[in-house]
Design a protein. Sequence first.
Lengths: 236, 236
Amino acid sequence: MAETSDFKAQPPEGIDAIGASSEGASLYQLIRDDIIEGRLAANERLVVTDLARRHGTSTNPVREALQLLRGEGFVTFFPNRGARVRPIDQDFVRDIYEIGVLIEPALTRWFVNMATVEDIAELERIQGLIEENNFADTFRHSELDTAFHTVMYQRHYNRHAAELWWKHREVLRAVSRRFNFTLARRAAILSEHRELIAHVKAGNANEAGELIARHVEGSGRHILEHMRARNAARAG
Amino acid sequence: MAETSDFKAQPPEGIDAIGASSEGASLYQLIRDDIIEGRLAANERLVVTDLARRHGTSTNPVREALQLLRGEGFVTFFPNRGARVRPIDQDFVRDIYEIGVLIEPALTRWFVNMATVEDIAELERIQGLIEENNFADTFRHSELDTAFHTVMYQRHYNRHAAELWWKHREVLRAVSRRFNFTLARRAAILSEHRELIAHVKAGNANEAGELIARHVEGSGRHILEHMRARNAARAG
DNA sequence: ATAAGAGAAATCGTACATTGTTTAACCAAA
DNA sequence: TTTGGTTAAACAATGTACGATTTCTCTTAT
């Protein structure tokens, strides 16, 4: 049952909101991934005719995809001058993980008070897989880690907050995909997850919240350090 | 100098992000206002040809505006079935004010530590106008109140958080425009603002943050109560 | 009463026209 | 020759029109 595909990270149910489901990989997703993954450079111009050619469609779908991306903040528009890639830089990453530090503790506290035995079993199962994988396959780790947190936030009544978390998560996941985990970070992730499960079992909502704040903070700092190192390597 | 127009609420500089500036009132703004103000009913179908006719354009601009609204969460899409108005209901309002309760204290704490004498003078000036108006013109109060908080969040380094605040603020402002302030709420607003200024002067970041949490919480509850009352009146 | 089907209506994609912006060439003057 | 400004041509964004495909609706037949 515990197939790998179980953990293909996917939005908490009812979150989708984008309905980007229409066809295989929608134009929206393709362009967004190009931005997040850095294949489209920061501040690069997004010329509709080029994008249309590249993706084998006409300009209209491209224009709509760009507007969608604008609404989500990945693209900026200048009247009569078209669209540009909003840079996914250190500021961007810092901004969204700081928001996570503020929001996720609240989601976590709620979860601790609402967790069922099934939830806890699921957390432990995923944590087992995370430890089994032990960062050997970093992509798999990323998927599992996302699944872990999704279990907690999935059913939260505040759909907006959960959706916000998910969108930010997707960005951070894409950005951090290029980096490896430091040994210190690996240890922290494992121990914090274990500690979190203990808090959930004990029903310590506040402790769990504070722990998650540290967890998100640490994750964010880790990503930023990698970005800084890479930029320094480029500049030097 | 202190003309009313000074306080036409406008986004913190550099926030715009949408660039909806192109022409007087863009299609995007028109449709969004129709949704927020309730002129377009919850879950109502948004037929592009109708909207195009109504606003005197062709379908393409409408389609793009709808995609933009989709990205911002005001509209939902179903493949081959078009768009629908996402309901601005009690859940929606609760969701976004709860997020405000989490985010605004952090913005406020930062402001307290960074506030200049000019900032404080500006806060006091606006507060003076608020008290002068004393809820006589509720629209003007809304503008002034927004300006008050904008002074605090305007220059925050986390542009994402500030932008998020602004978008939520716009929604809440539009929703609450239909309601009057209860006497209790009026008193609370005035005293909380005064207390906030005192905290800023004294440099009490934490106290100011906690106060803002209560302030936002109170504002949200106030709006929700009005919504409940209206719904009850409709149902009864 | 339910199911099937024909017709209407709306979405989605393509092609085209218009308008505004950018670029490059050209000329005049220092 | 270089510098500055002017103009024109290429380019791209924005808006319009239309055709193809899917969904919705109303009618009809079993």
